[in-house]
Design a protein around this ligand. Structure first.
Ligand code: NAD
Ligand code: UDP
Length: 327
């Protein structure tokens, strides 16, 4: 039995991951300060003897008595309205948070999987985005607290990997959706579904021609588990041999087959909720909103034998079913 620490475990990805880790009979310690996390998400784990919850803000150092084998560092608000609400907190979470987590990993000799983001590519000038692309990020715009915080966190991972030979892997997650998203999260999939279920207008920012590639949560969780499982030497060797990647492991995880414009997504949601009386409403496009985004997942495919399986329609159906039950 492994002891696995999940920061941000009460959030969307964390809850789905912990559910699977507990099903697989691991001991899970969840750290969350409940900034965007939901008690409803983790309530069902609380009477499991293999689950422990620690309310803690990762910007402050933490000591854990038990030995920890693995750490998934997911703590960070991820939805633009939430991460922009308190930008300094967001930056601090990425920067001081990763320092504290890496120090903890050093002390426990634990493996780390750090959740980074496709936002490190900013408004990308290359399409699709490969891991070797350095990105196009505005360091002084409204998204910078998230994008630059995540970029700095990657740099901390890289320096700890180099200096202390820590076992760290970075995953750059592309737009992921599914059950256990907060109905008030503010990201596009949950917004459209909630709006459609409540017969409110679906709010499209800009002309709706911007694209995102949508990954269903179960595919991401499967990918993260495979990524964590592979041994450090094998992982780094394969990356070097197959891709001439001589640095810290970084893999994109997202669904390149499911790139849609936001207008197409809105229409799809309305098609799947035919009883909805909602119409589409256009609102101003937020500053620095990326025009298009799609992952190149060749590295994850070749190294882990992983690729997403769930099509948008199937994933949306499952997500709609979830939101039906909670709103
Ligand atoms: P989420 O907002 O649902 O979950 C984040 C969790 O972290 C919440 O439970 C929140 O309370 C907790 N948290 C935030 N700051 C904290 C702090 N300082 N200390 C302790 N806990 C803190 O978001 P999510 O979608 O589950 O995202 C999880 C991770 O994955 C984030 O790091 C995010 O940047 C990354 N990511 C997600 C996506 C996606 O599409 N869902 C895409 C790219 C990257
Ligand atoms: N978006 C939208 N309506 C909404 C929420 C988001 O049109 O109610 C757009 C947003 O402007 C962006 C895309 O959908 O172009 C994805 O937004 P989200 O916040 O989900 O993620 P991110 O921009 O971080 O990829």
């Amino acid at each position: 039995m492994k002891t696995i620490l999940v920061t941000g475990g009460a959030g969307f990805i964390g809850t789905n991951l912990i559910k699977k880790l507990l099903e697989d009979k691991n001991k899970v310690i969840c750290i969350d300060n409940m900034y965007t996390g939901r008690l409803d998400n983790i309530k069902k784990f609380l009477n499991n003897p293999n689950f422990e919850f620690i309310k803690h803000n990762i910007t402050k150092p933490i000591k854990i008595k038990e030995e920890i084998d693995e750490i998934y560092n997911l703590a960070c608000p991820a939805s633009p309205p939430h991460y922009q609400k308190n930008p300094i907190f967001t930056l601090n979470t990425s920067i001081f948070g990763i320092i504290n987590i890496l120090e903890l990993a050093k002390e426990h000799e634990a493996k780390v999987l750090h959740a980074s983001t496709s936002e490190v590519y900013g408004n990308p000038l290359e399409h699709p985005q490969k891991e070797g692309y350095w990105g196009n990020v505005n360091p002084i715009g409204p998204r910078a607290c998230y994008d630059e915080g995540k970029r700095a966190a990657e740099t901390y991972c890289y320096e700890y990997w180099k200096e202390f030979n820590l076992d760290i892997r970075i995953v750059r997650i592309f737009n992921t959706y599914g059950p256990y998203m907060d109905p008030n999260d503010g990201r596009v999939v949950s917004n459209f579904i909630i709006q459609a279920l409540k017969n409110r207008p679906l709010t499209i920012y800009g002309d709706g021609k911007q694209t995102r590639s949508f990954q269903y949560i179960d595919d991401l969780v499967e990918g993260m588990l495979k990524y964590m499982e592979i041994n450090k030497e094998k992982l780094e060797y394969k990356l070097k041999e197959k891709f001439n990647w001589n640095t810290i492991p970084v893999l994109n995880m997202g669904n390149p087959e499911e790139e849609f414009t936001i207008l197409e997504l809105a229409k799809k949601v309305l098609e799947l909720i035919p009883e909805s009386k909602s119409k589409i409403e256009f609102k101003p496009l937020p500053q620095d909103d990326p025009i298009k985004r799609k992952p190149d997942i060749t590295m994850a495919k070749k190294i882990l034998g992983w690729k997403p399986k769930v099509r948008l329609e199937e994933g949306l159906r499952k997500t709609i079913k979830y939101f039906y039950t909670i709103i």
